[in-house]
Design a protein around this ligand. Structure first.
Ligand SMILES: [Zn+2]
Ligand SMILES: [Zn+2]
Length: 175
């Protein structure tokens, strides 16, 4: 599918900011987001006083709607046992295995971090247990309609609320 042929679909309509792109499935070409414009870096996760929160649910999104940012740190699975604790994903604390050994991420770098509310047509396939949302612990957990895993959703109540599009499984197209 070429950029020009996308214009008649109406699914990515609306005036886009200069520099905005739509992320599409690399396997089938279907758009997975609306038009998004780049941020220079992934923002800090918004502060959330969640000890005062009665209702479990996603935290405020790390990335504002309509924007995207490239993650420079490794993210998520596979997690490997390490000598010293380290991040398993940015903006989240350490992880330990059942024996109390620290785990660190050997996951991919270069994920495209977007607001989960900007995604379209993705289906959750649980890869790891979570209490009320989706956990990125098991790796990618978001299926395109064509059946390809394309992204990792983090939406459980104690985690940053983020959708990580896999750089290897999506491509940016002009809206
Ligand atoms: Zn697809
Ligand atoms: Zn939860």
């Amino acid at each position: 599918m070429r950029d020009q042929t996308d214009q008649g679909h109406g699914s990515v309509g609306g005036p886009a900011e200069a520099g905005a792109v739509v992320f599409a499935c690399a396997a089938c070409g279907v758009p997975l987001t609306g038009p998004l414009s780049p941020l220079p870096a992934v923002p800090e996760a918004p502060y959330h006083a969640w000890s005062e929160d009665d209702e479990p649910g996603p935290l405020p999104a790390t990335v504002p709607s309509g924007r995207y940012a490239i993650e420079t740190e490794p993210h998520g699975a596979p997690l490997v046992v390490a000598e010293a604790p380290g991040p398993v994903m940015p903006r989240f604390g350490g992880h330990w295995n059942a024996d109390g050994k620290p785990l660190v991420s050997r996951g991919p770098r270069g994920n495209i971090v977007v607001n989960p509310d900007d995604a379209r047509g993705l289906e959750l396939e649980h890869a790891a247990p979570a209490c009320c949302g989706a956990s990125p612990d098991g790796g990618m957990n978001q299926l395109c309609a064509c059946g390809t895993l394309v992204a990792t959703l983090s939406s459980d109540c104690a985690m940053p609320y983020e959708l990580h599009l896999s750089a290897a499984h999506v491509r940016a197209v002009r809206p």
